[in-house]
Design a protein around this ligand. Sequence first.
Ligand SMILES: Nc1ncnc2c1ncn2[C@@H]1O[C@H](COP(=O)(O)OP(=O)(O)OP(=O)(O)O)[C@@H](O)[C@H]1O
Length: 236
Amino acid sequence: MLKLDNVHTYYGNSHILQGISFEVPKGTCVALLGRNGAGKTTTIHSIAGLTPPRNGTIRFQGRKIEKLTPYQISRCGIGLVPQGRRIFPSLTIRENLTIAARHADQSRTDQEKWTLAKVYELFPILKERENNMGTQLSGGQQQMLAIGRALITNPQLILMDEPSEGLAPIIIEQVGEIIKKLKETGLSILLVEQNFYLACGVANEVLVMNKGQIVWQGEPQQLLANEEIQHRYLGV
Ligand SMILES: Nc1ncnc2c1ncn2[C@@H]1O[C@H](COP(=O)(O)OP(=O)(O)OP(=O)(O)O)[C@@H](O)[C@H]1O
């Protein structure tokens, strides 16, 4: 589904991603873990075209996408749930969703298509509060809206940047359940997280980043059993 090969990304002269390679197979969730500043968001932004890589290739369903614009990448079927949610504060829930729907990929069959009704079915609280402004939502509701807004573009892969950030533990559990449900629909997910337990609970594979490189990769159970890696790179 997604394949990065030797990706190098810079901010000016700062060499941030130093040869990142990994794959997200179809229908799976791959979690990217690491301390603050490890390069997780930069990886997501490199894939989404917001900070294009200077070297290396990124393939989505076999097509090279590293030189495309963010809009073109989104049209290929990659949805972004950005860090901090980025809800439009002066629009209602419904407007936040319908604006995103205007950019939806229409090539999928009706059954697979995400509509406003399907997003409301997944998140009934958004339907109940559809006329509330973005700013009037709790952190958990904003996260649901950010996920709904990505889904309504009909992506085949979503990039989620720290969905648990700033949320209470009970809401983080709900986010975990949502991610599992999305996987069941066949969606592929690249999940960037600081929350070790959330990531290990939902991912098929975990990648650990440090200083712009992937320093460990394996199954969640292997990471849960590996205290050395947890201490050294994740501060668990
Ligand atoms: N716009 C920018 N200009 C210059 N350097 C940046 C910029 N954004 C990030 N960096 C640097 O790039 C490195 C990687 O940052 P990045 O945000 O990818 O890390 P992260 O693992 O996502 O951490 P966090 O959890 O804090 O978001 C850091 O050293 C950071 O200071």
